[in-house]
Design a protein. Sequence first.
Length: 135
Amino acid sequence: MEPKFKVGDRVRSLDYNNVGEGTILSVPNEDTSLYYVEYDETPIGETCAEWENEMELIEPNDDPGEPVEDMVNHPPHYTQYEGFEVIDIVEQLDYLRGTAVKYIMRAGSKWDEIQDLEKAIWYLQRKIVNIKGDS
């Protein structure tokens, strides 16, 4: 069944939390039946999961010349490399290595580059401590 809303549509929340208005970032797919919405009154980058019947359309995204990026399933800071997404690599690694690789590969593309690289170092140092502790 075709989703009621599409990425980039402006919607208003109808649920009891009354979050307000926002933009659809991701539509239901084979992995989830929820929409992900970035509401105007929430911190940047924070999304809410919503059911179709909890929202109403305010303004459709009808501009075919300017596609809206899918910030949940295929965010640009993880799809910037030709031929693969970062998830394709990190899923093949254990948690600590994969998380370090994730931060290295997105460094400078999402938020603060130094902070991303420091996070990668933190995960690598934790991995080293775990390896040394196991020997």
